[in-house]
Design a protein around this ligand. Structure first.
Ligand code: SUG
Length: 417
């Protein structure tokens, strides 16, 4: 069995809009009230997947969830017509696109029972994200239904917040070998919420039957959260033996690096100093919200947002790194600006699962022909734009629902309807 890293991207849903729902996410707050372009957004996402397929990477996807979430509105004893504006926006959000928040994933080599474990994230800190897990779990159960190879868990119970793989990193000699699983949690008390609670991280480590000697819990820097790094993946990313991190990502960085090196001496920690790239630059450019991937030729590439290329401090540092002897050998800018305007970069849009692709339901796996078919459905059905005052419009609601059903049908996934 060949274990490879598969990136599952969340397809950007037809209700994508800018409602400013995420306190502590500066892009979401700054773009509140702007007119969104769901069709262009989803096509940007498709092109990102296509580029990764062309790089020779294994690519999967998840479907948009049913929005507005009428079951959630029913639970609040309301509906789209009469709900208050903030509830209506929360029910309508396309936030499930950020698949890094769908689940935490422990690949088979790390777990005591030799299966790949996935825990759906409860996302309970943000109202609009707190009702994603039902739809997400249904997809995980379908995509990873092979119980010989996968175990899908439900979310950690309230009140402990869990944001999935966005606050999780894995270091390993190669994807198919046992690794060091690193859970990064926040402590509340700052100006913005700390979304990942240590209680959730520990619960997931137990549920996934991880080896305590190869599991670490590291505190996210309070300064990073205050600067707008609402998830750790805004300031750090790992791939195989490389940790690529901002100097101010962790509350006690030296202790964190020492603990990592103690458990994994071959780890290579690439630290971007604050005097070259400030936390503000990191948050504005999403330098670290990149896909750090191993290409088929063995070299590492950083698939990063075009915003990183546009930031002189960031791009200058990266050019020096690539010209020197650093582990990142190639920079691949991608345009995901519609998602970026809500605080979601290339890494937010994907969930990494190390598995044998043959054990995944093939309906969730992408190739160029399938991406072409999805692009046709998106071009035909996704709204061109959504203005904030349109969210309650019954015609828009109907269009969004029809659009999703068309994509489910095209991908033979109507059972998710
Ligand atoms: O949870 N934005 C998302 C962005 C998630 C990014 N994911 C990772 N870093 N892995 C969030 O804050 C904005 C929605 C709005 O404002 O309408 C939003 O939910």
């Amino acid at each position: 069995m060949t274990l490879v890293e598969i990136n599952f991207d969340g397809i950007i849903g037809p209700s994508h809009n800018y409602a400013g729902l995420s306190a502590g996410n500066l892009a979401s707050a700054n773009n509140a009230g702007a007119v969104s372009q769901p069709r262009a957004a989803a096509l940007q996402g498709i092109e990102k997947m296509r580029a990764n397929v062309r790089l020779g990477l294994a690519q999967g996807f998840f479907m948009p969830l049913d929005r507005p979430n009428t079951a959630w509105l029913n639970g609040l004893a309301t509906d789209m017509a009469s709900a208050e504006a903030h509830i209506r926006a929360a029910a309508f959000s396309a936030s499930a696109m950020w698949a890094a928040n769908a689940a935490t994933v422990s690949p088979a080599p790390d777990t005591a029972d030799g299966r790949c474990h996935l825990s759906a994230a409860n996302l309970l800190t943000m109202a609009h994200r707190s009702h994603e897990w039902t739809g997400t779990q249904a997809q995980l159960q379908l995509a990873f239904a092979d119980t010989q190879h996968f175990a899908v868990h439900g979310p950690v119970p309230a009140p402990y917040g869990d944001e999935g793989a966005a606050n999780f990193m894995r270091l390993c000699p190669s994807h198919g070998e046992a690794g060091l699983e690193i859970f990064v949690y926040g402590k509340s008390g700052g100006p913005f919420p700390a979304r990942q609670h240590i209680e959730s991280s520990k619960a997931i480590a137990r549920a996934h039957c991880l080896n305590p000697d190869r599991t670490l819990f590291i505190q996210q820097a309070e300064a990073a959260i205050a600067a707008g790094a609402f998830h750790n993946d805004v300031v750090a990313v790992a791939n195989e033996r490389v940790l690529f991190t901002h100097e101010q990502a962790f509350e006690e960085p030296e202790a964190a690096y020492a603990a990592i090196r103690d458990r994994m001496p071959e780890a290579e920690i690439v630290i971007v100093p604050a005097n070259r790239v400030s936390l503000a630059d990191a948050v504005q450019s999403y330098l670290f919200n990149a896909q750090l991937v191993t290409l088929p030729d063995g070299e590492m590439a950083l698939i990063l947002p075009t915003e990183a290329q546009a930031n002189a401090n960031v791009w200058g540092w990266l050019q020096e790194h690539v010209a020197g002897n650093g582990p990142i050998r190639k920079l691949v800018p991608v345009d995901v600006r519609q998602s970026m305007a809500n605080g979601g970069g290339p890494a937010c849009l994907r969930l990494r699962v190390v598995a044998d692709p043959a054990t995944v339901d093939p309906r969730f796996m992408a190739d160029e022909a399938k991406l072409d078919r999805m692009a046709v459905v998106i071009a035909e059905h996704w709204p061109e734009s959504i203005a904030p005052d349109q969210l309650g419009d019954p015609a828009l609601v109907a269009q969004v629902q029809t659009a999703r059903l068309a994509l489910l049908t095209a991908c033979d996934l109507s059972s998710l309807a």
